[in-house]
Design a protein around this ligand. Structure first.
Ligand code: PMP
Ligand code: GLU
Length: 391
């Protein structure tokens, strides 16, 4: 059967593909240390699961409005008011089936053929493909470990053209764990505001900042920025709710309406039961988030310490999210020529599953997700270090 043009432009998500590879090996009885997927190993906190169970029993099992339940939009609005002092009307809020879905809807609503979207690199795997699926052109701006993987306003200005419609930002960042400071983001915002461009700010790791690092909600940085930004976030990471598929966007009302209309044609509405769970997550006790944040911070320290002890590895110490992104190019040779070959060999020979930097637009590096139990981290890094020592 003939396939559409998507057959040529859509790749499977590299992170999900890497996770599937590990699963396959495990099914053959192989013990795999799987550091591929960015998915908390913790279960969803009990009070959130209980709210979902009650919603089912109470009969909240029907379609909801396409853009989400008004009570959930209110909970999202209150959360932003409380955490960032940002006052967003309900006409700006759209609930989607995960942040990935919200990003896709935002891109479909904002860009198309002939438009350019600036993406600092390394970027999260799906950004570039989602831009291409919307018919627009990704413009990648490489950043370096030396600059903490941060894009400067000067780099943004140099990449900008009259076709630039959108800048995609992600702080805390997947895959680098980079957290921009408020002042750094203000300087980038000011550069963006020099033209008509819009910012799509993916803040999904906002509640996972370590030490002195603090999240910044870009839309709250300057008066009127709510009309120039689409903020995306979700429950997957902070509340260990990956499988519930709950994300949201805050956008100018006309954009929010178009995203809602697109979603009404695509999926009808987000899951009613999951929306009730998200109301409980955002409005209920937040100690569960603090506990998970502390655990990820402790794991970050373990991973950073262990990787620092391996000769030839250069690590960017992550300040947020749950990824370590490190340079392994000193181990490249005639049989391991790039990060994909490195990951294939690490999985085959050490049973350690990592994601190649090339999936994030950054060759020479690999990503390790430490959303994995401490014992697995210890065992996996033992196996990894021993394997590298043999090379
Ligand atoms: N943005 C980033 C940077 C991510 O790492 C993820 C993770 N999977 C998402 C968006 C999408 O998350 P979800 O669709 O599970 O809400
Ligand atoms: N975002 C997570 C990751 O980067 C989950 C996988 C995905 O959605 O692609 O691993």
């Amino acid at each position: 059967m003939r396939l559409s043009q998507f057959a040529k432009i859509v790749q499977p998500s590299a992170t999900l593909a890497a996770g599937a590879k590990a699963r396959q090996l495990r099914e053959q009885g192989v013990k795999v240390f799987d550091f591929s997927l960015g998915e908390p190993d913790m279960n969803t906190p009990e009070h959130i699961a209980a709210a979902a169970a009650s919603a089912v029993v109470a009969g909240h099992t029907h379609y909801t409005p396409a853009g989400g339940l008004p009570d959930l939009k209110k909970a999202v609005a209150q959360w932003y008011a409380k955490n960032y002092g940002l006052e967003a009307g309900l006409d700006r809020i759209v609930i989607s089936n995960g942040a990935k879905h919200a990003i896709h809807n935002a891109l479909l609503a904002l860009v198309g053929p002939g438009d350019e979207v600036i993406i600092p690199t390394p970027y999260w795997v799906s950004y570039s493909d989602l831009v291409v699926m919307a018919g627009a052109t990704p413009v990648l701006v490489p950043t370096t470990l030396e600059s903490g993987f941060k894009m400067s306003p000067a780099q943004y200005r140099a990449a900008r053209t009259p076709k630039t419609r959108l800048l995609m930002l992600n702080s805390p960042c997947n895959p680098t764990g980079t957290v921009y400071t408020r002042a750094e983001l203000e300087a980038i915002v000011d550069a963006v505001l020099e033209t008509e461009a819009t910012i799509l700010s993916d803040e999904i790791y906002e509640q996972l900042c370590f030490g002195d690092a603090r999240p910044t909600c870009i839309a709250s940085l300057r008066p009127g920025l709510l009309d120039r930004t689409v903020t995306v976030s979700g429950a997957s990471k902070s509340y260990a709710m990956t499988g519930w598929r709950m994300g949201w966007a805050i956008a100018p009302p006309a954009v929010a309406q178009l995203m809602t209309d697109i979603q009404s044609q695509e999926t009808g509405c987000p899951s009613s039961v999951a929306q009730h769970a998200l109301i409980a997550a955002l409005s209920g006790p937040q100690e569960c988030v603090a506990r998970m944040r502390q655990e990820f911070a402790a794991r970050r320290d373990i991973v950073a310490g262990r990787l620092a002890a391996i000769p030839g590895i250069r690590l960017h110490r992550p300040d947020g999210a749950f990824y370590a992104f490190f340079d392994v190019s000193s181990y490249f040779n005639s049989s391991i020529r790039d990060s994909a070959a490195f990951c294939t060999a690490a999985l085959a020979e050490a049973h350690v599953n990592l994601v190649p930097g090339s999936a994030f637009g950054c060759e020479g590096y690999v990503r390790l997700s430490f959303a994995v139990a401490r014992a697995e981290i210890e065992g996996g890094l033992d196996a990894f270090a021993a394997w590298l020592a043999r090379r």
